[in-house]
Design a binder for this molecule. Sequence first.
Ligand code: HEM
Ligand code: HEM
Length: 125
Amino acid sequence: MKGVAFNFFVTGAVFVTLGMLWGISMEISGDHTYAGAHAHLNLVGWVTMGLFGLYYSMTPAAAEGGMAKIHYLVSTLGVLVFVPGIVLAIARTTEALAAIGSLIVLASMLIFLWTVFRHGLGRPA
Ligand code: HEM
Ligand code: HEM
């Protein structure tokens, strides 16, 4: 177990690797139908989760608590539900999964807001 900052970075890097492969396959096929899902896999799965990882590596007190583990699980679950949800919404199958996913993504940001207010930023002086 290497800590929550590591988990955020590794998971985010896996998401963006998949996102890049998806982007390349869009380029090759010329079919950009699911660009919005690709975009949010990269932006929520890599940019946002990477920023969370950066925060936890700068703020060890926040990384130690059980809330950080919950934050990691909620963030990861959010991407895993939201991105397939966008695919289904674009395909006009259902919008339900995207709606549920967006609320999980929102929940992860609310946990982050709470964490930043509780622990501040950086190591205590
Ligand atoms: C190998 C890397 C990547 C490739 C080949 C790629 C390819 C693409 C393609 C083909 C589109 C559709 C463009 C369109 O229809 O207008 C797209 C859209 C998009 N990509 Fe990527 N992408 C890559 C990486 C990334 C990364 C790392 C991010 C974000 C951190 C990103 C964010 C976006 C966004 C936001 C859009 C939507 C843009 C719009 O709606 O006009 N992409 N990408
Ligand atoms: C609960 C979370 C989120 C929801 C529900 C959401 C929803 C949406 C929707 C409905 C669109 C318009 C899509 C379209 O017109 O085809 C969009 C576009 C976009 N969003 Fe998000 N978003 C979320 C999170 C984020 C985050 C965290 C970022 C950046 C870090 C982001 C960046 C973008 C960008 C760049 C676009 C324009 C590219 C595109 O059309 O795909 N979004 N988002």
